[in-house]
Design a protein around this ligand. Structure first.
Ligand SMILES: Nc1ncnc2c1ncn2[C@@H]1O[C@H](COP(=O)(O)OP(=O)(O)OP(=O)(O)O)[C@@H](O)[C@H]1O
Ligand SMILES: O=C(O)[C@H](O)COP(=O)(O)O
Length: 507
């Protein structure tokens, strides 16, 4: 165990990376480095936050294989997966190499048409060898969402997870921002001993604070990910004293509340938003930002083609163009100003406008929040942090070292925690705790009670030894009989790629 001064307050049943034996182990490390837009990094914060875990793994003899998703390359409507170089991990790898002065190798797996990458093939074997021999500092896998198995729930997922497990001895999840239960955040824990990284631990400690906020508690939710944000909103509504909305979420709410039509807002989204309107009829916690920026086009900020409108002028049945920002003067309306200045806790997952063209609403929001010096302020979300940094750089840098601020690496994750009212209800986090029980790995709870896990392992899925995998990587074409891992251990079969398979009964 480490020095408790440097440890986070987390559920003692959570298996922690600092308690894992990592000496000469290959560690599959899931991070959320989803910070690349059009091939460029907009804000390194999410990467920097994972360096402690990376150092911890390296310091204790572990050999890391990193994985992150970048953007959303799978199109649910057309069911196609496009491996666009703009969504590659290369920019992240270049940044890490420059920062750490070590070499990361990125294997190149060919996608199959618009189905994405189907297999981790044996071309990775020599890289694993180099990793073990310390000729490279790490491997960085391609964008996890380029793999057909990442978001799948059936055979492709199982195949991908089995191949991933075949690369490593254990798994560490440091991707707090990636709360969706996908192959690399969730299913992989069925096959490898799994641990929470240091960033994950820090985020879990701080997100617990939001669940018992000093009141009044104000949440501001905006942005474009309507599908994953509208769900948690009704639960969030119950926990806050005031809710402010912006972006696409607010547009749907306005259509539902005022019976207007706003360009780009789907009828199905308006239907969903009606629930929120109904909820607000009684409690009236929703503080509306009344001045909005309407634009005739999505093609940027075109002189003469955008204007400020007011919700006071909304008439049922009236159609509007795109609503692409909140006019800053919305924050001067007494009701809005009061809600933000009297708040004791503020959570912000909000980009108010269509970036990069419309930014004034977000800039003003950040400044007004900052002027409430007494409030505890929590920001979360990839774009939310990027915008805070680019619009108010001084404020952003001061916030990083200010105890009145905490910057989460995931906004959708915090919303989900509030929805579940439990950080350990996040599926990837729960999977880590279940894994500790199944694999018998030590946790603070088991160490404290003297039931050091790992000695008495009935009904466990025990992975094969690293030596076994190493031998495969060294001579990938020679078929070997895998070692028995006990009566209850997994059954292995050889796959075409030369990587071992677990019995899929684990899923
Ligand atoms: N009115 C609007 N119309 C269209 N796009 C908008 C509008 N308001 C904001 N956006 C877009 O929303 C995006 C940010 O929203 P998003 O939901 O991805 O936030 P986030 O901070 O990344 O949160 P999370 O981490 O939960 O994904 C930006 O790309 C911005 O351009
Ligand atoms: O940027 C984010 O919000 C996280 O990386 C999660 O991305 P997702 O919502 O596409 O899963």
């Amino acid at each position: 165990m480490g020095d408790s001064k440097y440890e986070y307050k987390v559920d003692p049943r959570l298996p922690l990376v600092q308690d894992a034996d990592l000496q000469d182990k290959i560690v599959l490390l899931r991070v959320d480095h989803n910070v690349v837009k059009k091939g460029k990094i907009l804000d390194q914060y999410r990467i920097d936050c994972t360096l402690a875990t990376l150092y911890n793994i390296a310091e204790r003899g572990g050999r890391p294989i990193l994985m992150t998703h970048v953007n959303r390359p799978y199109d649910k409507k057309t069911k196609t997966l496009k491996c666009d170089p703009n969504d590659a991990v290369d920019a992240v790898v270049t940044y890490l190499q420059r920062k750490l002065r070590i070499k990361f190798a990125v294997p190149n797996f060919q996608p199959r048409g618009d189905k994405g990458i189907l297999d981790i093939d044996t071309s990775i074997n020599h890289l694993i060898h180099d990793l073990r021999e310390r000729r490279i500092g790490g491997i960085y896998l391609p964008n996890t969402r380029w793999f057909a198995g990442e978001e799948d729930k059936g055979e492709q997922m199982q195949r991908f997870v089995v191949q991933l497990a075949g690369l490593a001895d254990c798994y560490v999840n440091d991707a707090f921002g990636s709360w969706q239960p996908h192959a690399t955040t969730f299913h992989i824990t069925k096959l490898l001993p799994s641990y929470a990284g240091l960033l994950m631990q820090s985020e879990l400690e701080h997100v617990s604070e939001i669940l018992r906020p000093s009141r009044p508690f104000v949440s501001i939710v905006a942005g474009s990910k309507y599908d994953t944000k509208i769900g948690p909103l009704s639960k969030i509504y119950e926990t806050v004293d005031h809710l402010l909305l912006g972006g696409v979420v607010y547009n749907a709410y306005l259509c539902a509340k005022y019976g207007v039509k706003i360009k780009g807002v789907d009828d199905s989204d308006v239907e969903l938003a009606k629930g929120l309107v109904k909820q607000d009829e009684q409690a009236k916690k929703l503080v509306e930002l009344p001045y909005l920026v309407e634009s005739d086009t999505l093609d940027g900020r075109k002189e003469g083609q955008y204007r400020t409108i007011s919700t006071a002028d909304f008439k049922p049945g009236h159609s509007y163009g795109y609503i692409l920002d909140t006019d800053p003067k919305s924050f001067e309306v007494p009701e809005v100003a009061r809600a933000l200045s009297e708040a004791k806790t503020i959570f912000v997952n909000a980009v108010m406008g269509f970036t990069p063209f419309f930014f004034e609403g977000t800039k003003k929001m950040d400044e007004v929040i900052d002027s409430n010096t007494g409030a505890q302020k929590y920001y979360g979300g990839g774009d939310t942090l990027q915008e805070l940094k680019s619009l108010n750089p001084g404020l952003y840098h001061a916030a990083i070292d200010n105890s009145k601020y905490y910057l989460f690496t995931g906004g959708g994750t915090v919303l989900t925690v509030i929805e579940k009212n439990d950080p350990y209800g996040l599926e990837p986090v729960k999977a880590l705790m279940d894994n500790a029980v199944a694999f018998g790995t030590p946790t603070r709870a088991s160490l404290r009670s003297g039931e050091a896990n790992g000695h008495n392992l009935p009904n466990l899925k025990v992975p094969p030894t690293s030596t076994y995998y190493a031998s495969l990587f060294e001579s990938p074409r020679v078929s070997k009989t895998p070692p028995s891992s006990g009566a209850n251990g997994p059954v292995f079969t050889r796959m075409d790629s030369g990587i071992k398979s677990y019995d899929t009964a684990a899923f």
